[in-house]
Each structure stands twice: as structure tokens, then as C-alpha cells.
Write a protein that binds this ligand. Structure first.
Ligand code: NAD
Length: 344
């Protein structure tokens, strides 16, 4: 029986993997994968990791020396992996889609929350304060939403927005000509949107795509949503934009420095990240802790696809969900997976 070390385990992970696993001996640890903890994988055939594990060159070298042959990511994003270091040493598989609906619906929850200030209303009612002064929102009907990244999640979110009769502007590096969307330049999207929502991956190109320059092009009073990756936004510039009213409110599920904080109970810890503390202190910021994916359907699909990725790997079959230094998800023509079914 192959054995797998499951890093950064949360109770909901274990519940769903235990339900669907029959083939593997899985050891669960709540420790995150990093260069320091990679040594724990000695003697394991594979490891299972998540978005905030730090899978850099050092961690990969240690995993390789420990005999690990596969890293099974139980998520879609992979900006935390040094693919160059892993190439020809450890295969990396992922779950490209589990529930785009989960993330898109959470994005709309954030938009509705910041627009109608549900978080404030909830607190007021708890204190028997039934005043509605200061809670004025705006009709979303007829407003323009600019969606950056029109892949699986972006498209789901667009459909939800269309249900609210919003006008949609789209920007994507690879526009989908068959999607029936109005694609515009990034500048035009920034200039003309009442709501801006980020659904592109974190890459060198998209790192801090929303920076001071981008904020300077936005309509005054825009709503900003980010359920993608924290580093798409330069947080200090966002704080300035919130202070000067460029951004009326922000709904965020991710934060650029979230790694050591999100997913954990830090209620008895002094948070030393002053930028995050400032962000949290803003009444017009609704921040959730990277929970957009967290639905029963998504957890079930994550467990099933991760286990079937491991099956394909250990059975020597083609790895449909493999990502490598060359193909990095969608650049298949640079990768031998086309012919061989595996990246190496
Ligand atoms: P996807 O690959 O289906 O879509 C991404 C889209 O972004 C593609 O259309 C791609 O062409 C586009 N894109 C790539 N580079 C771009 C650029 N420079 N500018 C504009 N567009 C660009 O991915 P998806 O499944 O829709 O997921 C989107 C992102 O959502 C993931 O990368 C991940 O970071 C994030 N995510 C977050 C959660 C969460 O719980 N918060 C869960 C899953 C995914």
C-alpha cells in the first residue's frame, strides 16, 4: 500500500478524504509543508499539499531526497510551487476545478455584503440597535461589473452578475471568443466598472496587477472584490484608495501575506502584520479567510480528484492534471505531455 503524508490537515479535509480513500495509507499532519518540514516525508511515496504550503526549491530538494515521487495539490492554484526545481524530479498534480460555483457564489456574497453592509447590520441587531442610518447601498441592477480573468470561476461569477441584470465588461490575456462577452482593455475595464472582480491566477504578470496606477484609473466609489490570490492587489495602495474614497468598499477572501495567518485560529495571538490590522479595522472592508472554496460539493470533488490523480500516478497512467515547469497549466505546446501523457 502506497503511503501519503497529508500536510496542513484541517478537520474538513480529513473527513472527506477518509470518506473516499480506500487505497492509500494516509498520515495526516497539521504541519504546513516547507523546507523545514519536508523531512517529515521521509519514507512516504507522495505528499498532499495546499495553497499556503511553501513548496520552494529547498523544500522540493528535501522531498526528493526523502524519496517522495509525487506532490498531489488538493487545490487549483499552484503559485506556491517552484516548478523549475521539481522538473524531472517530482511530478505535481492538482485539482484544476472542483466547484467554480463555490468561489463565484462567495464572491457575490462579498459583493452583497459590502453593498448592503450586512456585517454592520448583523452587529447592530445583536446590540438591539435597529437603526438603519448609514446602511444605504446601491442597486446592482444596471451597474457595470468588470471581471478580470474569464476562466471557470470568472464565467460563473459573470453568469451570477447577469442574473442581477448587471452589465459585464471582461478582460483576459486569452479572451474566449465563444463566450459572448464584451472584452475590453484592462484600462477601459478599470475606467468604466462600478464593481471590479479578480479571477485571474497569480503569475509574474498579474502580481500586484491592482496597484496605485490601477487605482488611479478607477471610477470613484468602485467596489473591489478579490477571491483569487492576495498578491493580485498591492495592499498599501488599496488602503490609500479606501482612504481617499476611490474604493468605496472591498470584499476580500485572500490577502498577500496570508500564509502564516489564514486558515488558523489566531484569536489568542498578537497579529504583527500592521497592514492586515489596518485592513481589518476598516468598516468598509469585508475580509474572509480564504473560504470561498469551502462547500460540501467542493470538498467532495477535491478528495475524489486528488485520489484519482494519485491512482493515475502510481498506476503509470497519463496524468491529465499534471502541471510542470514547461506547461504551467495551460501552455501545453511547450510540454511533452501532449505525446506522452506525462510532463516527464
Ligand atoms: P482558470 O484557469 O479557469 O481561469 C483563469 C483565467 O485567467 C483564464 O481565462 C486565463 O486566461 C486568465 N488569465 C491568465 N493570465 C491572465 C492575465 N495576465 N490577465 C488576465 N487574465 C489572465 O482558473 P479558475 O478556476 O477560474 O480560478 C481562478 C483563480 O481563482 C485561481 O487561479 C485561484 O487563484 C483562485 N481560486 C481561489 C479560491 C478560493 O477559495 N478563494 C479557490 C479556487 C481558486
Amino acid at each position: 500500500m502506497k503511503n501519503i503524508l497529508f500536510y496542513d490537515t484541517k478537520p474538513y479535509d480529513k473527513e472527506y478524504f477518509e470518506k473516499f480513500n480506500s487505497k492509500y495509507q494516509i498520515e495526516y499532519t497539521d504541519v504546513k509543508l516547507s523546507a523545514k518540514t519536508a523531512v517529515l516525508a521521509k519514507g512516504f511515496d507522495g505528499v498532499c499539499a495546499f495553497v499556503n504550503d511553501v513548496i520552494d526549491a529547498k523544500a522540493i530538494e528535501k522531498l526528493y531526497k526523502c524519496g517522495v515521487k509525487v506532490i498531489a495539490m488538493r487545490c487549483a492554484g499552484y503559485s506556491n510551487i517552484d516548478f523549475k526545481a521539481a522538473y524531472k524530479k517530482i511530478n505535481v498534480v492538482r485539482v484544476p476545478a472542483y466547484s467554480p460555483f463555490a468561489v463565484a457564489e462567495h464572491t457575490m456574497a462579498l459583493l452583497l455584503g459590502i453593498n448592503r453592509q450586512i456585517h454592520k447590520a448583523y452587529n447592530r441587531i445583536k446590540e438591539h440597535n435597529f437603526s438603519i442610518v448609514g446602511l444605504t447601498g446601491t442597486d446592482l441592477h444596471g451597474k457595470t461589473v468588470g471581471v478580470i480573468g474569464t476562466g471557470k470561476i470568472g464565467k460563473c461569477f459573470i453568469n451570477i452578475c447577469k442574473g442581477f441584470c448587471m452589465k459585464v465588461l471582461a478582460y483576459d490575456l486569452f479572451p474566449d471568443k465563444n463566450a459572448g462577452l464584451e472584452y475590453v482593455s484592462l484600462d477601459d475595464l478599470l475606467k468604466n466598472s462600478d464593481v471590479i472582480s479578480l479571477h485571474c491566477p497569480l503569475t509574474e504578470q498579474t502580481n500586484r496587477i491592482i496597484n496605485a496606477d490601477a487605482f488611479s484609473k478607477m471610477k470613484k466609489g468602485v467596489y473591489l472584490l478579490n477571491t483569487s490570490r492576495g498578491a493580485l492587489i498591492e495592499t498599501e495602495a488599496l488602503l490609500d484608495a479606501l482612504n481617499d474614497g476611490t474604493v468605496k468598499a472591498a470584499g476580500l477572501d485572500v490577502y498577500e501575506e496570508e500564509n502564516d495567518l489564514f486558515f488558523e485560529d489566531n484569536s489568542n495571538t498578537l497579529i504583527k502584520d500592521d497592514v492586515l490590522s489596518l485592513l481589518i479595522s476598516k468598516p468598509n472592508v469585508l475580509l474572509t479567510s480564504h473560504q470561498a472554496f469551502l462547500t460540501r460539493e467542493a470538498l467532495e470533488t477535491i478528495a475524489k480528484i486528488t485520489l484519482s490523480n494519485l491512482d493515475a500516478f502510481f498506476d503509470g497512467k497519463p496524468l491529465e492534471n499534471e502541471v510542470c515547469y514547461h506547461c504551467n497549466g495551460n501552455n501545453l505546446e511547450n510540454c511533452i505531455k501532449n505525446q506522452n501523457g506525462r510532463c516527464f
